[in-house]
Design a protein around this ligand. Structure first.
Ligand SMILES: Cc1ncc(COP(=O)(O)O)c(C=O)c1O
Length: 354
């Protein structure tokens, strides 16, 4: 049985478990804004067919300028890419052959990309269920990946602990790659961008596909010291970001109301779910964002629950390929009130049938 290594595309999960896909299902396995893309993008999309008739700007200059102005960094410190996934792959290419540590559990692409580039990868495993950031032993490593707020737990690490890590790494010449793919779902978006001028070992990754619900378009960026950006950008294929994605990025960066509405909705839905899980005996991770981990108190393996949910049209993300979780937990996106109610209703049935 080879389970898919990512969420989304649920037919792969149904196929690998040999479960017939119900006609109606709700996909909780991808952490995408349930409100969809900003309305202004939908409007512009209707008039955008002409973009495919020409090559995109290989430098993504308009979007780069816009990101730099909004983030308060020089344009030369920004690199736009074809999704956070391409950015991770470019960083791994730049780190080829180096000794890389990953704070786990975390998004699996850091390891996949680093191994593909001949890096020697080690893990700094955080305590299960608590997942507080503790300073790892940094001797003998060249770079460390940290995802905050973290995928898959949804936990935001303490800013003091993160800054301490950046400082310690700076003193030892270790690069710190902080993935902020979900930072904009936090009630108060916390970013480490302000530390870029002081720490040339700091690299920040962003994705636009989650908050703006454009995973099919692909768009992300990196912010770092200009010298690092220049070296990493040398590995990026020409025209890697398509013209529609560039157009969408410019609109998304202005969609402040959409972001505000999303945060409010996610926050209130997550609290509702937490009440439900507390009162029905499930353990939920202390998430601050749009997804969370869930487990039964006594089971070492969530396979039975996973199967029951899939049969009942609820698609969670399994955790067999997250180090330190090993299938004990399931990950769910926070979706609309209606979808979350469907999930709670199926979980109530599971409790009754257990
Ligand atoms: C933590 C994290 N970083 C980066 C990515 C890549 O996102 P994308 O390539 O869609 O921008 C993902 C996707 O799930 C993710 O979870």
């Amino acid at each position: 049985m080879k389970l898919p290594s990512h969420g989304s595309n649920p037919h792969y999960l149904y196929n690998s478990l040999g479960i017939e896909m119900p006609e109606h299902y709700v996909d909780f396995s991808a952490n995408i804004n349930p409100l969809g893309p900003p309305p202004a993008l939908l409007e512009e999309w209707k008039h955008s067919f002409h973009y495919i008739h020409d090559y995109p700007d290989p430098q993504a200059s308009v979007l780069t300028k816009k990101i730099a102005a909004m983030e308060g960094v020089p344009e030369q410190s920004v690199l736009v890419g074809n999704g956070g996934a391409e950015i991770i792959s470019l960083v791994a290419r730049w780190l080829a052959g180096k000794r890389v540590m990953i704070v786990q559990p975390a998004f699996s692409e850091y390891e996949t990309a680093c191994l593909a580039n001949g890096c020697r990868v080690t893990w700094h495993m955080l305590e299960e269920g608590v997942w507080e950031l503790e300073l790892p032993a940094l001797d003998g490593i060249d770079a460390i990946f940290l995802c905050t707020p973290n995928n898959p737990t949804g936990i935001e690490y303490s800013p003091q602990a993160v800054v301490h890590l950046i400082q310690e790494c700076s003193e030892r010449g270790v690069y710190v790659i902080i993935d902020e793919a979900f930072y904009d779902f936090l009630e108060e978006a916390a970013t480490y961008t302000a530390h870029l001028p002081d720490y040339s070992n700091l690299i920040i990754l962003r994705s636009l596909t989650k908050m703006y619900s454009i995973p099919g378009l692909r768009l992300g960026y990196l912010m770092a010291d200009q010298e690092i950006v220049s070296r990493i950008s040398a590995y990026r294929p020409h025209w890697s970001v398509n013209a529609l994605a560039l157009m969408a990025g410019e609109i998304c960066m202005d969609a402040e109301d959409h972001v505000k509405r999303t945060r409010e909705m996610i926050e209130s839905e997550r609290l509702k779910l937490k009440d439900f899980y507390d009162s029905s005996g499930f353990i939920m991770s202390k998430s601050s964002i749009n997804f969370y981990l869930l487990r039964e108190p006594d089971t070492a393996d969530a396979s039975g629950l996973l199967r029951f949910l899939l049969e009942n049209g609820i698609v969670p993300r399994h955790t067999f390929n997250f180090p330190g979780l090993s299938g004990r937990w399931l990950r769910f996106a926070v979706k609309t009130g209606r979808d979350n109610s469907s999930l709670m209703e199926v979980l109530n049935r599971w409790r009754k049938e257990e």
